[in-house]
Write a protein that binds this ligand. Structure first.
Ligand code: HEM
Ligand code: HEM
Length: 190
């Protein structure tokens, strides 16, 4: 099933969710480890790879939003009002972070005056003028956004696991690749 239905996320939404999750987390850890490069040349290569993966996340984010506009999410499962709102807010913040992380990297890169190439395929322009006064700030914004993402993820993953383990509902199952629903259209509680 490619599209979402009333009960579960379709393959395309799952593909976006899990690919972006893996890429953004992997790329953040990679960013933190880039100082382990054994030579300045290796660091330049690693940075180029880090930037290209980050730009891929940005492109996937745009496609994901487009897809979401055309394919409505499944129905919210019954829960207290405050939990529904908490989930909506956390999801909104996560979407903002998925865009803000690569954009802040692009901003930092531009402020430093570094070149930007997508996987050695084509060049991309700077999005801000070179400015030594903003180097530190843009670097910190880029790094701290990643720490903030990890913090928000504690709530997001914690909630997903709470639903799965304590409530034993389908919140995690309906996002998990290839999982069967327990309480869905043909489930035992229908
Ligand atoms: C950096 C990593 C992640 C990001 C940025 C992220 C982001 C999001 C966003 C934005 C949504 C809302 C989708 C929408 O309404 O269009 C969502 C849904 C969901 N996420 Fe994540 N997520 C991440 C990692 C995870 C992990 C590790 C888990 C599970 C352990 C998880 C479980 C879920 C579930 C179950 C839903 C569906 C909730 C529902 O159906 O109401 N996510 N995620
Ligand atoms: C998935 C998106 C991204 C994430 C999660 C991410 C995360 C990070 C993190 C955590 C660091 C380490 C900060 C430090 O300890 O100094 C870093 C460094 C860096 N990032 Fe990103 N980044 C992303 C995308 C980008 C993009 C798209 C660009 C440029 C267009 C970029 C440019 C840089 C640069 C140049 C550094 C090196 C800073 C230095 O050590 O001089 N990042 N990134």
């Amino acid at each position: 099933m490619l599209r979402n239905d009333e009960w579960r996320w379709g393959a395309i939404a799952k593909f976006f969710h899990w690919t972006i999750a893996l890429l953004i987390l992997g790329n953040g850890v990679f960013g933190l480890l880039m100082d382990l490069a054994r030579s300045p040349m290796q660091k330049v290569d690693w940075m180029a790879l880090h930037k290209s993966i980050g730009l891929t996340v940005l492109a996937l984010f745009l496609l994901r939003l487009l897809w979401r506009a055309f394919n409505r999410p499944p129905r919210e499962l019954p829960a207290p009002r405050w939990q529904l709102w908490a989930a909506r807010i956390v999801h909104g913040v996560l979407y903002l972070l998925v865009a803000a992380l690569p954009l802040s990297g692009w901003w930092f890169n531009s402020v430093r005056g570094y070149p930007l190439q997508y996987f050695k395929l084509f060049n991309l322009p700077a999005i801000a003028a070179k400015n030594p006064d903003l180097r530190r700030l843009s670097h910190e914004v880029h790094e701290y956004l990643f720490w903030f993402l990890l913090l928000v993820l504690v709530a997001h993953v914690g909630a997903a696991l709470k639903h799965h383990v304590f409530d034993n509902d389908d919140v995690l199952r309906r996002m998990w690749p290839f999982a069967r629903l327990r309480h869905g259209p043909k489930g035992d509680s229908e």
